[in-house]
Design a protein around this ligand. Sequence first.
Ligand code: LCS
Length: 396
Amino acid sequence: MTDDLKRLGRTTQTIHAGQHVDPATGAVAPPIVQSSTFAFADCAQGAARFAGEADGYIYTRMGNPTIARLEEAVATLEGGAQGLATGSGMAALCTVAFALLNQGDHLVGTSSVYGPSRVVMERDFSRFGVQSTFVDTSDLEALRAAIRPNTRIVFVETPANPTIVLTDLAAAAEIAHSAGAVLLVDNTFASPILQRPLELGADVVMHSMTKFINGHTDVVAGMIVPRDQAMRRRIKPVHSYLGACMDPHQAWLALRGFKTLALRVRAAQDNARIVAAYLEAHPKVEWVRYPGLASHPQHELAGRQMDGPGSLISFEVKGGVEAGAALLNSVKVMTLAVSLGGVETLIQHPSSMTHAAMKRDDRIAAGITDGLVRVSIGCEDVEDLIADFDRAFAAV
Ligand code: LCS
């Protein structure tokens, strides 16, 4: 990461970060170094690399030149130390939790997070003696009250999946740090184009790069960005050995997608503003939650903490689950599918899909109502999306 690049604009950074010309061939697009292992010149060099006394690659699970470009690129945008790429967003979360938590430790998380992020803590990490409490972290008093003497991680997802509720990151950092805990932020929904948690005091950022960073709905991938080298040193040994690593080809695809991140995020956001206003005015819509609308309870926080409201919208159709299902079964331009952050608009029903593994009481308490519909607005011509909604609402 060059100092020069840090001073350039975000669009320039996405296009150039990690994209140096290949010194061996002059290739402008990065080569895919599809090798599991790297030869040593002699035994002394191999031993020095293993001892951490010499630079150079050893084995792709521990590091690879193509993956390193992507780790540099995302870290440049987030403003952290070199990233640690993982095979999925879930692998990023599990790697951080595995690295930073011990038996008897406690994690406080946002109640409305991606369903499996919560389930893996409550169902699986609990088997190893890690306790967790999930609360509405948009309520800073509730967050403060959930902290225990053994709390080591405060885990915030903002905007939250699928409720689009926001958490004040600077305040959450202050609460975590005064308790001696680390603030881990899932920045998947905003992407570093719209929100940079490390600048607001977070210690670690994670992404499902399956979403905006790759952006083309053809890769599952994750990324961890530690605040500094000290935090990176705490996570790197687990990252190297846990096996949640990335493949070079996967890294190359994500790096290609990353070049257009700023363009895609802004184009989708332009569409989302129009769609959110359309939904809010629609007689068959019960409520809409989108940070760009004045009706969003944290519209003011969105303006302060984010560089734009993004392209995820949640809403409920009047008539609840059945009415929502009629809408979802009638879309033609939009696709009924989970995932988000791609160039195509995806629409889904969280309580029976992405958040089905959560207990219903927990879902309701987290604001994930049975009728909530989540839409990830893409980069299509917005007139076509509105026409698709018109057609689908007619079937409700
Ligand atoms: N964090 C967030 C905010 C997510 O939305 C997801 C996946 C993950 C982490 C996990 O990442 P993965 O392992 O899938 O790369 N969210 C999904 C969703 O809402 N629909 O399908 C997947």
